[in-house]
Structures are given as structure tokens and as C-alpha cells.
Design a protein around this ligand. Structure first.
Ligand code: ADP
Ligand code: MG
Length: 347
């Protein structure tokens, strides 16, 4: 394992009160993995990252890099580098000098500096821009310079704390793909902090979803989306419908319908993703969950249409239906419809 956290806790004393920013995080990050810490603002992502980098000492617990306990090792003695949202480039230096700075400080031979800076600028696609100053470049380009400056030191892991936060949506999406490509090319471990679920899903091999200083779920993007471990994870990642009630003999009665809940009894809250639900005018047959409702809203969104359907009892359900070639709405506002899905698609 490249990085291991064992029961890591961080407490701050703020106005005489103890605040636990991180309440006990245990996780392993594999060599070469693209690993994300994902969660809402204030859940402890940055603090966790700073303990990996060595900028913060844990109040309890152990941090290991390549199996070595580095809990009390200062940042400059750790084989990791950190990239911040505010690129922190030297404004008076051009691209080349910004990237070469660390190597020069370590008295790396001139020839080697030339080769390594050239190589890394090629990887981040800035060849030909060596003489530019930061202010003559776009946000995306500056971010790539910051990345090159961190990568040129060949750290065994790169830590990135919301590095794309300052970019607009289009550029951010382009940079997500770019970052993933760069990571694959240099082959080092990336630990990526973000509060943006689509960003984490796009890039990560695995994601730790955090809430209130703890990891709620640690898994690959598909599993996190398809099998969220809690209703918090289900709600935070993508859109989901929550249905609550009392299960009896494998069936939950919701809004005049029958929802199949195999192997569950008593109080349950179910999650169903909007794209797993089918809308039909006729009541469907077969071993599926079936609930009647009334369409209250239809929103055309290009590749799909979003329907809001109100159930008896007031629960509101969101349904996404892919738009076919001859897309006409499956239902209109005010229509009485049936919603159905397979038992395996609710959890
Ligand atoms: P995130 O990066 O997920 O937004 P942080 O790790 O920055 O979260 O912060 C987690 C919690 O710890 C927040 O409630 C924050 O206010 C608190 N915190 C972080 N750093 C300090 C500090 N130096 N002193 C006191 N409280 C802090
Ligand atoms: Mg943060």
C-alpha cells in the first residue's frame, strides 16, 4: 500500500472547545491508484489530506507511507507533494522556471533539469509555452503548470485538494479527463479531494465518501452509485428516491402500491434511482414493484426527460426516462400513471 491511515483522529481546540475535525479514519490507498475523498464542506477532507502530507499531526492514530510510520515525520521528509486550488505559482517567473524551481534548489545537474522539465511539460501539454508568465495564461493552463511543478519532483504520491475549484464548468470537465490521463501516464498515486460527486465518479478508481469526520463508504464509483451504504451516500451521489414504510412478508405498502423488499421486515427506507423506474399508462404485470401516481412535472433535459410523480400520501418520486429518436413524452402533467421497477434496483 502506498498510503495507510489507521484510526486517525484530529482535534482542534476552538474558543475553549474541542472540535473533532476527523473522528477516526482508517483506509488504505494502493500504489498507482486514483483515490478520492468526497464529501460536503466541513466533513474533514482537507484535514485528512493535510495529515497525509504532514502539515497536521494527528491527535491519535497512525499515518504510513509505503509501510513506514511517518506520523511524526515533517512534510519535507515525506515522499508526497500537494497541489492547491490557488495554484501558488511564482508570478515573476515564467513557466519553465516555475517548474524547474524545486530541482534547482536541490542542485540537480543542469542536464537532468532540462530533460525532466521538458518531459513533464510535454505530459501536461505545455510544450511551447515555456516563456509565458502565469498571468499570460488561462486558469486551466496555470493549473497544469502547478501540476507539472509538483510532478517534476517525482513524488510517489500527489495530493490534490479541490484543484479545479476555481475553473468554470466546461474547463473543469476537460481538466478532469486531462488529470486522469496524466495520472495514467506518470503512473503515481493520486489522492484527490472534492465535494463534487460527478468529478469523483469520473476520475476515481475508488472513493471514500466522508461525513462528519468519518468515512461512510469506501468503494469503486459503480458500487457507490449502485449500492450506496447509507441514505446519506445515496442522497449525496446522484439523485435518488427514498421510500419509507413498514415491510411485511417481503412487501412494503407505499402510496397504494406494492414495493418488493425481499429479506427485509419492519421499518425500512428504500432507495431507488430515477433511471431504474419505468413509467407506464397500464398497470404492469409480473414480479415487479408497482406504485400508482400522478405526474406533476415534466422537464425535458435533452438526453433524458425528468418526471415528478406524486404518490397517494404525498411522497414525490423523480423518474428519468431516456429520450428515444422519436421522443415524445411518455406522460403529461396531470396523467395517472404506474411506476414500476425490479426488486434488485431498490436497496
Ligand atoms: P473539508 O475540507 O471537508 O471542507 P476541513 O477538513 O477543512 O473540511 O474541516 C473539518 C472541520 O474541522 C470543520 O468543521 C472545520 O471548521 C474544522 N477545522 C479545520 N481546521 C481547523 C482549525 N485549524 N481549527 C479549528 N477547527 C478547524
Ligand atoms: Mg477542504
Amino acid at each position: 500500500n502506498a498510503i495507510e491511515l489507521e484510526g486517525v483522529v484530529k482535534e482542534y481546540v476552538s474558543h475553549g472547545e474541542v472540535v473533532q475535525a476527523v473522528k477516526g479514519v482508517t483506509l488504505d490507498i494502493a500504489e498507482g491508484e486514483f483515490f478520492s475523498l468526497l464529501g460536503p464542506s466541513g466533513c474533514g477532507k482537507t484535514t485528512t489530506m493535510r495529515m497525509i502530507a504532514g502539515f497536521e499531526e494527528p491527535s491519535r492514530g497512525v499515518v504510513k507511507l509505503h509501510g513506514q510510520d511517518v506520523t511524526n515525520v515533517p512534510p519535507n521528509k515525506r515522499d508526497v507533494n500537494m497541489v492547491f486550488q490557488s495554484y501558488a505559482l511564482f508570478p515573476h517567473m515564467n513557466v519553465w522556471d516555475n517548474v524547474a524551481f524545486g530541482l534547482k534548489q536541490r542542485r540537480t545537474p543542469q542536464e537532468e533539469i532540462k530533460r525532466r522539465v521538458g518531459e513533464i511539460l510535454e505530459i501536461v501539454d505545455l510544450t511551447g509555452r515555456e516563456k509565458r508568465r502565469p498571468r499570460e495564461m488561462s486558469g486551466g493552463q496555470q493549473q497544469r503548470v502547478a501540476l507539472a511543478r509538483a510532478l517534476v519532483n517525482r513524488p510517489s504520491a500527489l495530493l490534490l485538494d479541490e484543484p479545479l475549484g476555481a475553473l468554470d464548468l466546461k474547463l473543469r470537465q476537460a481538466m478532469q479527463i486531462e488529470l486522469k490521463r496524466i495520472q495514467r501516464e506518470v503512473g503515481i498515486t493520486f489522492v484527490y479531494v472534492t465535494h463534487d460527486q460527478s468529478e469523483a465518479l469520473t476520475m476515481s478508481d475508488r472513493i471514500a465518501v466522508m461525513k462528519d469526520g468519518l468515512v461512510e463508504q469506501l468503494a469503486g464509483p459503480r458500487e457507490i452509485y449502485e449500492r450506496p451504504a447509507s441514505s446519506f451516500v445515496a442522497g449525496f451521489i446522484g439523485t435518488s428516491n427514498l421510500l419509507s414504510g413498514v415491510a411485511n412478508g417481503g412487501v412494503l405498502e407505499v402510496g397504494g402500491g406494492r414495493v418488493l423488499v425481499p429479506e427485509r421486515e419492519g421499518d425500512v427506507t428504500l432507495t431507488v434511482r430515477p433511471e431504474k423506474i419505468t413509467i407506464s399508462a397500464e398497470k404492469p404485470d409480473g414480479e415487479v414493484s408497482v406504485v400508482p401516481g400522478t405526474v406533476t412535472e415534466v422537464v425535458y433535459l435533452g438526453t433524458y426527460t425528468s418526471y415528478a410523480v406524486s404518490l397517494a400520501g404525498g411522497t414525490e418520486v423523480t423518474v428519468f426516462q431516456q429520450n428515444a429518436h422519436d421522443a415524445r413524452n411518455i406522460a403529461e402533467r396531470g396523467d395517472a400513471v404506474w411506476l414500476s421497477w425490479q426488486a434488485q434496483h431498490s436497496y
